[in-house]
Design a protein around this ligand. Structure first.
Ligand SMILES: Cc1cc2nc3c(=O)[nH]c(=O)nc-3n(C[C@H](O)[C@H](O)[C@H](O)COP(=O)(O)OP(=O)(O)OC[C@H]3O[C@@H](n4cnc5c(N)ncnc54)[C@H](O)[C@@H]3O)c2cc1C
Length: 445
């Protein structure tokens, strides 16, 4: 009987592990790889800021899994239950519940927005995590500027053009600068708004921005903070987002910011699959793995859902780069287990971290070396293309940079046959509605 290898999640862990398994097993017809995912596209989050400023078309962030994973059976649906005793997984699909049997299981379902932690965030806030969120936010920013142009009440106009971004990590600082640039471009496109400035407030609970860079890379973090301020972002550290309403954000220092757009980049929680309650977890709820990324014999986990020991002590951070390397090691170990070979430990030592605030304005730490300005921007640009899931899409993304100029720079797009936003609608929206249906079925948001 054929061995069934079941991969849960179509993100970094899922794609990189399934690809490695299929490539290693090429020619064997006694093993089958099945991948289950809520979405039928892989979401690349690295270009979130560039999508908001228009440097990269939003369609570049989503690559169909069918293109990435030839030879893998794809099942679109939500995992409803994992039975670790009988080795079966119930999946809620469009056609009803399907039970998939497995001999080897890979858990790579990532993290979700923990909206429940901030009152009102689910109803009135925005996140950047779900596939549909970035598409919707992109359209929303254009819409608030258009509405502001037709409003006469100055207070309402200011509210429409005010954005609050919660989270002082890489995602938050990049997003706040990108939103400020984007809103300025939208304002420039509406003559009634001439002379009006947007207000973007970045809220962080720590004492300073980018805590993961400090104190070792203080210079890089300080440069990044300066770039954020130069972009016109108002930085509020030492305070948290306490509640969100239709009118704006309330901070835990009591201040209320009237705003039509509150974006949260904090409060991610690992996805907890029903049936896995008995597995060991860390304080954040991540599945504890051994150094071979196993949670049980025949079951591996990696990425945001797992607490994986780093080769030289500590636990791997939750980032795409680590998830990719988890996926590669898991894929190798799954194949080794089928061949009766010993498991290999996870040995990736890390590479670095980086952010961009506009072309030539980067801040990065690479192999322990601090980089700012052009070197940091170029290093990040190169590595992000390198780690995109498809060479073809990476090449098209690189061409976006060479062939287009950002709407945030006020460039005229009319000479292009298809603008990024038009492409977005045709490429992404049909998928989004299907995905939204499944997402709401499991209340992931
Ligand atoms: C806005 C944003 C920007 C980021 N920028 C960067 C960056 O610049 N650099 C970086 O290194 N990292 C970045 N990250 C973090 C990075 O995206 C994550 O660490 C990475 O996605 C984790 O990979 P993963 O495979 O564990 O999970 P994911 O990539 O999130 O994949 C999880 C998969 O599981 C599926 N899934 C979830 N629940 C279920 C279910 N119940 N049933 C079936 N399928 C399910 C999802 O559909 C998805 O396919 C960013 C994250 C965000 C949100």
């Amino acid at each position: 009987m054929s061995m069934e290898i079941l991969v849960l999640g179509g993100g970094y862990v899922g794609v990189w592990s399934a690809r490695r398994i299929v490539r290693s097993l090429r020619g064997r017809d006694d093993a089958r790889v099945t991948l289950v995912s809520l979405s039928d596209a892989h979401a690349f989050h690295g270009w979130t800021a560039e999508v908001l400023t228009g440097h990269v078309g939003v369609e570049r962030a989503f690559t169909p899994l069918a293109d990435l994973l030839p030879g893998v059976r794809l099942v679109r649906g939500a995992v409803a239950r994992v039975d670790l005793q009988t080795r079966g997984v119930d999946v809620l699909t469009d056609a009803g519940v399907r039970t998939l049997r497995y001999d080897r299981l890979v858990i790579g379902v990532g993290s979700r927005d923990a909206h429940e932690r901030v009152p009102g965030l689910r109803e009135h806030g925005w996140s950047l995590k779900n596939d549909g969120a970035l598409v919707a936010l992109d359209a929303h920013l254009a819409e608030v500027a258009a509405r502001a142009a037709s409003v006469v009440d100055p207070a309402e106009r200011a509210r429409l053009l005010t954005v609050v971004v919660a989270g002082a990590g890489f995602t938050g600082v990049e997003a706040s600068a990108a939103v400020a640039q984007r809103l300025r471009a939208e304002i420039a496109a509406h003559p009634p708004l001439a002379g009006v400035a947007p207000r973007v407030v970045l809220v962080g609970s720590g004492r300073e921005l980018l805590p993961t860079l400090r104190p070792r890379f203080d210079g890089v973090a300080d440069y990044a903070a300066e770039q954020v301020r130069q972009t016109g972002v108002e930085v509020r550290v030492g305070t948290r987002l306490a509640a969100v309403s239709a009118d704006g954000a309330r901070l835990d220092d009591g201040d209320v910011v009237a705003s039509a757009t509150v974006i949260s980049t904090v409060g991610q929680a690992p996805v907890a699959l029903p049936g896995t309650e008995g597995l060991l977890r860390d304080g954040a709820g991540r599945l504890l793995t051994n150094r071979f990324l196993q949670v049980l014999p025949g079951v591996w986990a990696g990425g945001d859902v797992a607490a994986v020991p780093k080769p030289f002590g500590g636990t791997c951070p939750t980032s795409a780069l680590w998830a990719i390397h988890h996926g590669l090691r898991i894929g190798g170990n799954v194949v080794r287990s089928l061949r009766g070979r010993r498991q290999l430990p996870f040995r990736f030592p890390g590479l670095g971290q980086g952010a961009s605030f506009g072309v030539g304005r980067g801040a990065a730490e690479l192999y322990g070396v601090s980089l700012t300005g052009w070197p940091a921007w170029l290093a990040r640009w190169f590595f992000f293309h390198w780690f995109m899931p498809s060479r073809a899409v990476a090449w098209r993304t690189a061409r976006d940079w060479l062939g287009r100029r950002s709407p945030a720079s006020g460039a005229d797009y009319s000479r292009w046959p298809v603008t990024p936003r038009k492409r977005m609608k045709t490429a992404i929206q049909p998928k989004m509605s299907a995905n939204a249906m499944i997402s709401s079925a499991v209340s992931e948001k």
